[in-house]
Design a protein around this ligand. Structure first.
Ligand SMILES: C[S@@+](CC[C@H](N)C(=O)[O-])C[C@H]1O[C@@H](n2cnc3c(N)ncnc32)[C@H](O)[C@@H]1O
Length: 306
């Protein structure tokens, strides 16, 4: 599929306030997105490189509503040491607030046992990935950062901080996007709609080329000092049983994937893009065996050791 900005790279310019605005929607809908697929793989990689049963502390950087922390607890609560600290950090106070809410709900609904005890040890903290200053050098055994570093202003600084706080032999795992067919489709929908609205088509932000391939991400980790680096591609598609419903959810999500368009259009104009997006999906996307359209998504997942 072609895109409107195949050659030029335009950075995502997304501050903590932008993420605050979408945190409630993100927290409510994260299970409908493909985020958990790479998280599952990142956790497997962390565990196989350095068993989570030996974790002293697990740091979730750019935790959002706590997706990775939550999956780690769900899959490993029985084997995590009872002393493991779980730090869920994000520069958006809205996201950190969502983790606090999730923690409170879990503590309320779970009966006594290792899962509840693990949630009790979760500390949600507002912290910028590029400055983990409250955390000491050599203090953390495991770090996970799902779809974060490629979006920060200075990814090299974030990786340097990650490396600094890891204990010697500690492991850090992160992910990035190699391909996002939902953004490619949105760019096509925008290129068809904006001329009809007599407005110049904005340029779609894209992931920096150094974060879209295994080789590129591997190089970033190497530069930060990591050893024993492993990278791989993971397919993380969006499956849409109902295309109209998906297009509406996507365009009203306030997610940085759509705000480059929705911030400069009124409600009626956004509806025009929404209709066009449905059309683009129908034209370009494959259907699965259940008849649902599939938007391809490919993640790069990576792990390295200090
Ligand atoms: C695509 S979301 C991923 C959230 C979560 N890791 C998940 O898997 O659902 C990116 C997250 O990174 C956070 N983020 C972006 N830049 C950041 C920075 N400089 N420091 C800390 N968090 C940041 C955002 O607030 C947002 O929660």
């Amino acid at each position: 599929m072609s895109t409107t900005s195949a050659t030029k790279h335009v950075n995502f310019k997304v501050g903590a306030n932008d993420w605050n605005k979408t945190s409630a929607n993100y927290a409510a809908n994260v299970s409908r997105t493909p985020m958990s697929i790479p998280i599952t793989r990142l956790i497997e990689l962390l565990d196989s490189h350095s068993s989570l049963s030996s974790a002293t502390s697990i740091l979730d950087i750019g935790c959002g509503p706590g997706s990775a922390t939550s999956q780690i607890i769900s899959s490993h609560h029985a084997t995590l040491p009872t002393t493991t600290q779980l730090l869920a950090t994000d520069f958006s106070s809205g996201m950190v607030g969502a983790v606090s809410q999730a923690r409170a709900s879990k503590l309320n609904e779970l009966s006594l046992g290792t899962e509840k005890e693990a949630w009790a040890r979760v500390t949600p903290l507002v912290m910028d990935a590029m400055n983990l200053a409250p955390l000491l050098d050599n203090s953390t055994s495991h770090i996970i950062a799902n779809f974060v570093f490629f979006m920060v202003e200075d990814p090299a600084k974030a990786l340097k901080e990650t490396y600094r706080v890891l204990k010697p032999h500690g492991v850090g795992a992160c992910s990035s996007w190699s391909r996002l067919q939902w953004m490619e489709s949105l760019a096509i929908a925008a290129s068809r709609t904006f001329p009809k609205l007599n407005k110049p088509t904005p340029e779609m932000p894209t992931v920096s080329p150094s974060w879209t391939s295994c080789e590129g991400v591997s190089e970033q980790l190497k530069t930060a000092g990591f050893k024993e680096i492993h990278t791989e591609y993971v397919e993380a598609p969006i499956v849409m049983p109902d295309v109209e419903q998906f297009a509406h959810f996507f365009l009203t999500s306030g997610n940085p994937a759509v705000t480059w368009i929705t911030d400069i259009l009124d409600e009626q104009e956004v509806k025009e893009v929404e209709k066009e997006l449905v059309q683009v999906v129908r034209e370009n996307c494959e259907k699965n065996d259940e008849g649902a359209y599939v938007l391809a998504g490919t993640a790069v997942v990576a792990i390295g050791r200090k």
